[in-house]
Design a protein. Sequence first.
Length: 123
Amino acid sequence: METAISDTTPPHPRLLASFVRSIAVLALPAVDQHLWMDRALSIASWNVDELALEFDDGMRLVSQWVTAGWLPAATMPALLTLDRALEEMSGEKFASLWERDALVTTAEWSHVRLLAAEVLGTF
């Protein structure tokens, strides 16, 4: 039986490692993002939203990691900027941004890669 994470108990370090990896993958060049997704998911038809989902899951725990001293508070502005950029790409109006080709062809994904690289520079 799993125990729920309370506000005073930091989440498992493995979750932080997954979060940092998600940022690193978001910072990869588009071709490498494709390769990573092909290998990581081992399925022929993955969705681009997989790149953002693990990041989104981690964002829910960031304040706990900062409180625990696992992430520097100085990382927060860059994380929030990246989170906002991904959020602005959400919704049906932007469905085309979540297709595989969009990773290579859109300015939005180029911007996300730049923002993710900036986050990595704050660690």
